[in-house]
Design a protein around this ligand. Structure first.
Ligand SMILES: Nc1ncnc2c1ncn2[C@@H]1O[C@H](COP(=O)(O)OP(=O)(O)OP(=O)(O)O)[C@@H](O)[C@H]1O
Ligand SMILES: [Mg+2]
Length: 264
């Protein structure tokens, strides 16, 4: 099995060397926890290895993504249109070929395929940041839409990161549908400890992989990006969501199921 480096060597070591090729990996978590920067590592690594890369951005403009990457010394501009296409679903500029005028699963897929055709054959990396933007107003559709994306895009030789927002204060996690469809789930969390914002990461699922099951504290370092700071002693078992939240998610999922036709 071929594995793709995440661009964070410390993280690769936790998943037997990298993400299995062709996987659909969900990055879920609260705002500001590092999902976008984690995704930029994946793209920067792809560019380094010569993989075509496509980045769909729904909450930040293309310029903002390029600027953020530059802060970690990745020059995305030099690869633009040759190895990298950033599809901007925020600015919606009609004269921009790689702008999405409407944020629907079908439009997104069509644009991604168009970008893939432009970049050429072979394995490629795709980031959808965020996938939850596609179903914020219709959470019951999240699983169906995620399934559709995975099924269609798989045929195009992509290894996919899909970020999704997650808030335990809501009765339904927006990422819920994504997580069931995903081959891997990387959970990002934040907490204030000792008066300071800390960020944590946990691999909740990585199919076909004997992955690490510890919570890791991460940090974003200027000029470097994400680093793993230390391993916490808690493990997944200790880190699970409170029981009432789990119950609510379970109920929401049962409702969700009823909306899914047999043939998706
Ligand atoms: N150059 C930098 N140096 C140090 N830390 C930085 C730098 N740039 C960004 N950060 C940190 O990274 C955070 C943003 O991370 P990121 O954009 O990956 O979050 P996210 O999980 O994608 O959030 P959202 O769900 O809101 O999109 C910032 O709030 C800041 O703390
Ligand atoms: Mg983000």
């Amino acid at each position: 099995m071929r594995r793709l480096s995440t661009g964070i060597p410390q993280f690769d070591a936790l998943i037997e060397g990298g993400v299995p090729e062709g996987f659909f990996v969900a990055l879920t978590g609260e705002p500001g926890t590092g999902k976008t920067i984690f995704s930029l590592h994946f793209v920067a690594q792809g560019l380094k290895e010569g993989d075509p890369c496509i980045y769909v951005t729904t909450e930040e403009s293309r310029e903002s993504i390029i600027r953020q990457a530059k802060q970690f010394n990745w020059d995305f501009e030099e690869h633009m249109e040759k190895k990298l296409i950033i599809i901007d679903a925020l600015m919606r500029e009609r004269e921009d070929e790689w702008s999405l005028m409407e944020l629907t699963p079908e439009e997104l897929v069509q644009k991604v395929i168009q970008a893939k055709q432009k970049l050429g054959y072979g394995k490629a990396r795709l980031v959808i940041d965020s996938v939850s933007a596609l179903f914020l107003d219709k959470p019951a559709m999240s699983r169906k839409i995620s399934y559709y994306l995975k099924r269609v895009l798989n045929k195009w030789n992509f290894t996919i990161y899909a970020t999704s927002q997650y808030a335990i204060t809501t009765s339904q996690a927006f990422g819920f549908g994504v997580e069931h469809v995903a081959d891997g789930i990387i959970r990002f969390r934040r907490a204030v400890r000792g008066g300071e914002l800390r960020r944590f990461i946990l691999i909740e699922k990585m199919r076909q992989t004997n992955h690490d099951r510890h919570v890791w504290e991460i940090d974003v370092k200027p000029g470097r990006g994400i680093v793993l700071v230390r391993r916490l002693e808690e493990r997944r078992e200790d880190y699970a969501l409170p029981r009432d939240v789990q119950e609510r998610i379970k109920r929401a999922s049962e409702i969700n199921e009823r909306f899914i036709p047999e043939d998706v």
